[in-house]
Write a protein that binds this ligand. Structure first.
Ligand code: SAM
Length: 264
């Protein structure tokens, strides 16, 4: 099975097992952090938006909470059932069980978001193309990607590990996650005192999650068949190559890239 299909299958299983969006993990506070410094949740009030790769629906619910008029939620995996079940205001959401490249060319969306998705798609260009077509002129596409810069030591550690873990069945992987959970919790404590790699992420994102969500995040790192770590120029070019203008990047917590561009 090609990596792109296996990744979707892997995520389907992941969200069927980790299906809730409780606490900081599903909060408006985290959405503010993800959109910063380009947008604030209040900017989305009464807007028409889409999210590509909605998983279990936490971002969709955050967008609803920030006052959007309507969300198109795209999720191709078996997690679609979880997404539909988790949505708080279904009358303001259209759920589509399709891959991002098949997002209809609405042409009137104000914003499209893709959070933690494009780095799991071996060829993301058709998805960027579909987002471009679905936006109105002046509409903005915001993506969040794993970054290469700032993740070097983590990448050196996780890359060989993933060769094994991405093939493990759920129970074995879940056991593996517990093995990593305790040292990771200790690492978060160390980050409070020392300037260690990924300190910003550990203190401002991971450390604020419940223990269950911390284990989900570890699982999410070890599970998918395909994951790419983007350099800043690769991240920018994703949008520039399709003709987005005013493309800006932010090195979120020093380990990942938030990229935003405008449709001319
Ligand atoms: C890491 S999850 C992120 C979920 C959600 N955005 C969030 O932050 O909670 C990545 C999601 O992208 C979905 N996905 C994978 N390939 C996709 C594709 N080609 N088009 C759209 N979504 C895709 C997966 O099924 C998965 O649910």
């Amino acid at each position: 099975m090609p990596d792109k299909d296996r990744t979707i299958k892997d995520f389907g299983k992941q969200w069927l097992r980790y299906s809730d969006n409780e606490g900081y993990y599903g909060s408006l506070e985290l959405l503010s952090d993800m959109l910063s410094p380009f947008l604030k949740p209040e900017d989305l009030k009464n807007c028409k938006v889409a999210e590509i790769g909605s998983g279990a629906g936490r971002i969709v619910n955050m967008l609803l909470e920030s006052g959007v008029q309507h969300v198109v939620a795209v999720e191709p995996s078996d997690a679609f059932a979880v997404l539909v079940r988790n949505i708080r205001n279904p009358e303001r959401v259209t759920c589509l069980k399709i891959t991002g490249d098949r997002l209809p060319a609405y042409g009137d969306l104000d914003y499209i978001f893709s959070i933690g998705v494009l780095h799991h798609i071996p060829n993301p260009k058709p998805v960027v193309e579909a987002a471009f077509r679905a936006l109105r002129a002046g509409g903005q596409f915001l993506v969040w990607l794993y970054g290469k810069e700032g993740s070097e030591s983590y990448f050196a550690f996780i890359k060989p590990l993933r060769i094994i873990t991405k093939h493990l069945p759920h129970l074995a992987l879940a056991a593996f996650v517990w093995i990593f959970y305790f040292p990771t919790s200790f690492y978060v404590k160390l980050c409070r005192r020392l300037p260690l790699p990924l300190r910003g992420y550990m203190l401002h994102v991971f450390g604020k999650m419940s223990p269950e969500k911390q284990r989900l995040i570890i699982y999410d790192q070890l599970n998918p068949a395909y994951a790419k770590y983007y350099t800043i120029s690769e991240a920018e070019n994703l949008l520039l190559d399709r003709g987005f203008i005013n493309v800006r990047t932010h090195h979120r917590h020093g380990y990942s890239w938030t990229v935003i561009g405008t449709k001319p």
